[in-house]
Design a protein around this ligand. Structure first.
Ligand code: F6R
Ligand code: MG
Ligand code: MG
Length: 370
């Protein structure tokens, strides 16, 4: 029995500022998705949020890139935008970059992670959602989960994991992709994905030796870059990811382990700063200090005949208290630098912010050197 899980998100307005989502937007979204469930388009859904991003988690039988599913998401965001505009929420409709839906939501502003797979006897799924950062922020944890035996004990202890995985990596600037196998291509893989603003892990596949169907992904990350769509700064591309776990895949705890370290990501204030990624509970999924720090939530599920059993709020747990404390210490430390790199992002990445508009004003004041 194949199921498709689609996680589609958009920032359609924040309260206050870019900090969080108004409950009325979530109510509206639930109403739209409930109707689609009753009409049989969806098997199930959950509406969540992290920071100012409204998250639609949907299960259905239509496969990926389904026009009906994408249209449903688009129209749901439009309905939420209508309320955001009435309430004068900040940045109402900010991620809806197109006027009319034309078959696929990709390239229209919202971020999307979706995969179709055969539901196993026990199907464990984690949906990760980040705010105030970019798709490449998943490179580090996804590498750790699926390729690093110091993180994932199963890579050396479980015969089903010992052969490793296949990684689909996208060059999001030049729109190219490459498939790399780990452990064989491990160093090549790292040579690319360390450059997280350019190379982004898109999907993970099982290898030939795995009993899982080879063409069905075991993890997928959203890779939409708003800047390349809008051709101007309209906020960071706050990413999401879906990761399947257990029974021949990394265990739930191996999937969560990389987040025990608040590693540095790009984004935060004005999409222009490096800062620690803080794992938080759903209730702390709002961005405050310096519009952050960048945050990640993890919603855990078992899938039963396409239904979402859950969510369990996985970072609502003292096991991640130390990561949060370290994140705050790191935030204090790096904030001291103010506008100086490496707190502020390097020039190549600042091109995708509002800074070029400022630098333009200086253009005529520069003099040529001898
Ligand atoms: C970052 C983000 C915020 C805004 C900042 C300025 O992704 O959304 O940090 O960039 O609050 O927002 P505006 O320009 O809307 O006043
Ligand atoms: Mg916003
Ligand atoms: Mg956001």
């Amino acid at each position: 029995e194949k199921v498709t899980v689609s996680l589609i998100k958009a920032d359609v307005g924040g309260i206050p500022g870019h900090s969080t989502v108004h409950p009325k937007l979530k109510e509206k979204a639930s109403e739209c998705l409930q109707e689609a469930k009753e009409n049989g388009l969806l098997v199930d859904y959950r509406v969540l949020h992290v920071g100012d991003d409204l998250q639609l988690l949907m299960s259905h039988r239509r496969g990926i890139d389904s026009e009906e599913i994408h249209k449903l998401a688009w129209e749901t965001f439009e309905a939420a935008t209508k309320i955001a505009k009435e309430l004068k929420l900040h940045g109402a409709g900010q991620d809806l970059l197109s006027d009319a839906f034309s078959g696929n939501i990709k390239g229209m502003g919202p971020g999307i992670a979706e995969m179709e797979f055969t539901e196993r006897g026990s199907e464990t799924l984690v949906a990760f959602m980040m705010d105030k950062t970019e798709p490449g922020s998943f490179n580090f944890p996804i590498y750790k989960i699926f390729a690093d035996p110091f993180n994932t004990a199963g890579l050396i202890i479980d015969p089903l994991l010992i052969d490793g995985f296949i990684f689909e990596v996208w060059n999001i600037k030049d729109r190219k992709r490459i498939f790399l196998k780990c452990p064989e291509d491990l160093y090549l893989f790292l040579s690319l994905i360390g450059a997280k603003s350019k190379y982004v892990i898109k999907r993970i596949f099982p290898k030939d030796s795995s009993p899982l169907p080879k063409d069905e992904p075991v993890a997928v990350v959203s890779t939409e870059k708003l800047f390349f769509i809008a051709e101007k700064y309209v906020g960071k591309d706050d990413p999401v990811a879906l990761v399947r776990a257990q029974s021949g895949l990394p265990a739930l705890g191996e999937v969560l382990e990389p987040f025990s370290v608040p590693y540095l990501v790009s984004g935060w204030m004005r999409g222009s700063h490096a800062g620690p990624l803080m794992p938080v509970s759903f209730k702390d999924a709002q961005c405050t200090r310096f519009d952050g720090p960048p945050r990640v939530i993890a919603a855990g599920f078992q899938i039963s005949h396409g239904n979402f059993i859950g969510p369990i709020d996985l970072f609502d747990d003292p096991a991640f208290d130390l990561a949060r404390k370290k994140a705050l210490e790191l935030a204090d430390y790096i904030r001291v630098l103010g506008p100086f790199e490496p707190h502020r992002l390097p020039p190549e990445e600042m091109e995708y912010t509002t800074l070029p508009g400022v630098l333009e004003k200086l253009e005529t004041r520069f003099e040529e050197l001898e």
